[in-house]
Design a protein around this ligand. Structure first.
Ligand SMILES: Nc1nc2c(ncn2[C@@H]2O[C@H](COP(=O)(O)OP(=O)(O)OP(=O)(O)O)[C@@H](O)[C@H]2O)c(=O)[nH]1
Ligand SMILES: [K+]
Ligand SMILES: [Mg+2]
Length: 391
């Protein structure tokens, strides 16, 4: 082995002494390693045979391949990170865009951990106070103890509520957004998705009712991964296949983060209820695009497409803007914080001091499941099963 944390070139050999590869070898003794345990890293020439033969030799020496997320799981169990930081590792590995990478790194650096640990410290303090008020109701506690506790619980209740009311911006950035293109048949929805995706994802044809299935294209807008959906044109129809297309279009649009309603330049205007309104085919009727808050484009000539991309990028950025305090990034966190918020609301209204203390205790438990401070076994498999193998 080379000296600790120094890369050195070494010859790797099989059981009979035959050369397997030349490799860079790094030896990282615990506890100062990623998992806290002794670890060695081999940088091999990447060929399949090299990797298989070296892996077989390592297996014959007693090693086995890691489970998904096993290295990070061990790092968590060794106390080198909390669960929010472990999840940030998975997010960092999966990050497709700069904004996602930044959010993951911020969480890996302990942004969420600091916030939640701070809340846990305050809850512990409140719980101690609440219990003191049960144990020694008439003794020499300062007279404003009761009022101070009530104010502290109310303040945390409001902070948690504020953190939850973030428009799901952190989760949206982590998961990516969905923008659905909708409108009547033949207005050029498929032509538009092909323009925005920069490739031929959807069939374009002069006949109305061409698109039936929902067609997806992944793009990056404003640093955010966005799945664009092209949908069937909506109209009354006797054709059961087209009707099913319409049903799918409505269902997907209902779940989308943004609905882009498209209309034709010489037809009725786009749906006023949509998040973004576009008039297409302005090459045929140029005056039609001059309505307020409607973007005029031509999927055929490309006119106005840059402005549309800018508008979509601005929406994507606004839906995921994560300035200020660290953002909630996962449904798992949101579920636990919803429980905490409920406990705090009950604690502020509790008639009995004993019930108030119990609500604070339950709130602390809910918070602890996020960082991994309590109930660890129950959440570990959920967290680490989502990792890629090798991390
Ligand atoms: N002149 C002109 N024609 C366009 C424009 N955009 C699309 N078209 C044409 O309009 C017709 C319908 O386009 P599609 O993209 O298939 O329209 P769609 O809304 O997806 O249609 P359905 O899937 O049937 O609802 C095709 O013949 C296109 O070539 C445009 O900006 N200008
Ligand atoms: K069509
Ligand atoms: Mg279409």
């Amino acid at each position: 082995m080379p000296p600790p944390r120094r890369a050195a070139l070494r010859r790797l050999r099989d059981a009979g002494g035959a050369l397997l590869d030349q490799a860079l070898v790094v030896w990282m003794p615990g506890p100062g390693s990623y998992t806290g345990e002794d670890a060695a890293e081999l940088s091999l020439h990447g060929g399949r045979a090299v990797i298989e033969d070296v892996a077989a030799r390592l297996a014959s020496l007693g090693a086995r391949p890691a489970e998904p997320g096993e290295f990070t799981r061990r790092a968590f169990l060794a106390g080198r990170m909390d669960l929010t930081e472990a999840e940030a590792v998975a997010d960092l590995v999966a990050a497709e865009t700069t904004a996602q990478r930044r959010q993951a790194l911020r969480q890996l650096e302990g942004g969420l951990r600091a916030l939640y640990d701070g809340w846990a410290t305050r809850l512990h303090l409140m719980l101690a106070q609440a219990e003191a008020l049960i144990e020694f109701p008439d003794e020499d506690l300062p007279p404003d103890e009761e009022a101070g506790l009530a104010a502290a619980i109310a303040a945390l209740r409001d902070e948690v509520a504020g953190h939850l009311a973030d428009g799901r911006r952190g989760e949206r950035l982590r998961e990516g957004l969905v923008f659905a293109i909708t409108g009547p048949p033949n207005v050029g929805k498929s032509s538009l998705i092909n323009r925005l995706a920069g490739r031929d994802v959807a069939i374009v044809a002069p006949a109305p009712g061409t698109t039936r299935d929902v067609i997806e294209a992944r793009v990056v807008l404003g640093g955010v991964p966005v799945t664009l959906l092209d949908t069937a044109g909506l109209r009354a129809t006797d054709d059961p296949i087209e009707a099913e297309g319409g049903r799918r279009a409505r269902a997907r649009a209902a779940d989308a983060d943004l609905v882009i309603a498209v209309a034709e330049a010489d037809g009725p205007p786009p749906d006023p209820a949509a998040g973004l309104r576009v008039v297409n085919k302005t090459d045929l009727a140029p005056a039609a695009g001059r309505q307020e808050d409607v973007l005029a484009v031509s999927a055929l000539t490309g006119a106005g497409i840059d402005t549309l991309v800018d508008a979509l990028s601005a929406r994507a950025a606004a839906l995921t803007a994560t300035a200020g305090p660290p953002m909630l990034t996962r449904a798992r966190h949101r579920a636990a914080l919803d429980r905490l918020a409920g406990c705090l609301v009950r604690a502020t209204r509790a008639d009995l001091a004993e019930l108030r203390a119990e609500d604070l205790r339950l709130g602390l438990r809910a918070l602890g499941t996020i960082t991994g401070a309590v109930d660890v076994e129950a959440v570990l498999d959920v967290v680490f099963s989502r990792f890629c193998i090798g991390k």
